[in-house]
Design a protein around this ligand. Structure first.
Ligand code: NAD
Ligand code: UGA
Length: 450
């Protein structure tokens, strides 16, 4: 029986530990965080993150074998396995600013582990980190360790927000990287034993440390690259009269390509794709591989292009100016089924519209007004609690998140309360352009014939 402690009660640490606690009722799992507000949230009826199915999992094991605490040092000291799931944002200043991962939180967690540990520990990298981070962490732990022995494992998380619980229950794979020494392999076996309680053995892959660290960055880069590829094709579709949905469906039928993750959009968002690709770019540059760095940088280049292309389309369609015109923005989260707005394309689109002096009114079913204001740095926008209110007197509606509810809105009702001509710019291809055109809207949808 092992005692687990996870440092970082965020989008990854919270749900991952809740599922481990659920599936391993005899294992004590404590999630610790320096943020009192976050921990208070996890201990309340209103969890600090919105994730379908999570409430139920937490309710079933909180207080039984799942605990949330700010007493970081105590629980780290008592644990056999310490997961580190702290944030690893992009550095904003100094060497590598704008690209490299900022490992400040990781390093301070490692120093704290070294300070409080009195017994041997397995330290698990759960955060996404640059390849070779484990080597640096080993140095920090060994130098302060007072004879305590540590084994570092890399166990990156592949869950996506909005489907985190489902992804944790039935992962495509669990990846565990460790040192190729007997001690390293023994640590791998302990962690494998935890996951094997509910994940089929053939889905638990073990590799060396560097392969595991790099696989995480490579997986996100490949996923983002697919979106940039289909988005690049969407621009060509608009220029030629092809339909990006038809093209994506046709190419996705090739089993070597596959149908998933080929939805053209206003651009990808989320806390990780851009950050992890920038991190990869920086690592390539550091290893003297500028051509490889440039290749991956273009994935972000196309994403930026797609967002600005969308704004330009809105402005140019509306007679080259949106100054003083109300524009309703439906959806602010970076994807459906989450309240997360980190790197959401909606921020760039709203900034672009506000830059052209539009009057912006935003509705999102999960994002709070406070969050929108923080993200837009208090720029003047209205935030409504209803899509129809956002659309009242608007000249245009921009759909920026693919919330299911937006598919079934009463667009005729919306049309009736809007200024004419009324425009719809569908950045997620969730409405039927022909049906909307029948109502009277002028419709633009990504990669679709105009
Ligand atoms: P998050 O910002 O939601 O959570 C991180 C938490 O760590 C915060 O609550 C913060 O207060 C806490 N923290 C920071 N330093 C600490 C310290 N020294 N001691 C205790 N607590 C500390 O981040 P997240 O979205 O959960 O991401 C965590 C890591 O997982 C990142 O490296 C990210 O790249 C990676 N990841 C995220 C996702 C995702 O879907 N969000 C998926 C896979 C991997
Ligand atoms: C992504 C990966 O899917 C996870 O495997 C990974 O663990 C995670 O990043 C991470 O490391 O943080 P996430 O960002 O939560 O997960 O969500 P995705 O479903 O990947 O969507 C990312 C963005 O791409 C969203 O803005 C989404 O709307 C957009 N997207 C996705 C498209 O524009 N088109 C698609 O076909 C798919």
């Amino acid at each position: 029986m092992v005692k687990i402690c996870c440092i970082g009660a965020g989008y990854v640490g919270g749900p991952t530990m809740a599922v481990i606690a659920l599936k391993c009722p005899d294992v004590e799992v404590v999630v610790v965080d320096i943020s009192e507000a976050r921990i208070a949230g996890w201990n309340s009826d209103r969890l600090p993150i919105y994730e379908p199915g999570l409430d139920d999992v937490v309710k079933r094991c909180r207080g039984r074998n799942l605990f949330f605490s700010t007493d970081v040092e105590r629980y780290v000291g008592e644990a056999d396995v310490v997961f580190v799931s702290v944030n690893t944002p992009t550095k904003t200043r100094g060497l590598g600013a704008g690209k490299a991962a900022d490992l400040t939180y990781w390093e301070s967690a490692a120093r704290m582990i070294a300070d409080v540990s009195r017994s041997d520990k397995i330290v698990v990298e759960k955060s996404t980190v640059p390849v070779k981070t484990a080597e640096a962490i080993e140095k920090i732990l060994a130098h302060n360790g007072r004879g305590v022995r540590y084994q570092i494992l890399s166990n990156p998380k592949f869950l996506a927000e909005g489907t985190a619980v489902r992804d944790l229950f039935a992962p495509d794979r669990v990846l565990i990287g460790g040192r190729e020494t007997p001690e390293g392999q023994a640590a791998v076996k302990v962690l494998k034993g935890v996951y094997a309680r509910w994940v089929p053995e053939d889905r638990i892959i073990t590799t060396n440390l560097w392969s595991a660290e790099l696989s995480k960055l490579a997986a996100n880069a490949f996923l983002a690259q697919r979106i940039s590829s289909v988005n690049a094709i969407s621009a060509l579709c608009e220029a030629t009269g092809a339909d990006v949905a038809e093209v994506a469906c046709s190419i996705g039928k090739d089993s070597r390509i596959g149908p998933r993750f080929l939805s053209a959009s206003v651009g990808f968002g989320g806390s990780c794709f851009q950050k992890d690709i920038l991190n990869l770019v920086y690592i390539c540059e550091c290893y003297g591989l500028p051509e490889v760095a440039e290749y991956w940088r273009q994935v972000i280049g196309i994403n930026d292009y797609q967002k600005s292309r969308f704004v330009n389309r809105v402005v140019s369609s509306m007679f080259n100016t949106v100054a003083g015109k109300k524009v309703a923005v439906l959806g602010f989260a970076f994807k459906k089924d989450t309240g997360d707005t980190r790197e959401t394309p909606a921020i760039d689109v709203c900034r672009g519209l506000l830059g052209d002096k539009a009057v912006v009114s935003i509705y999102d079913p999960q994002v709070t007004e406070e969050q929108v204001r923080r993200d837009l740095a208090m720029r003047k926008v209205a935030v409504t609690t209803d899509a129809y209110e956002a659309a009242r007197d608007a000249h245009a509606v921009c759909i920026l998140t693919e919330w299911e509810d937006f598919r079934s809105l009463d667009y005729r009702r919306m049309y009736d309360v809007m200024q004419k001509p009324a425009f719809v710019f569908d950045g997620r291809n969730i409405v039927d352009p022909e049906k909307l055109r029948d109502i009277g809207f002028i419709v633009y949808a990504i990669g679709k014939p105009l």
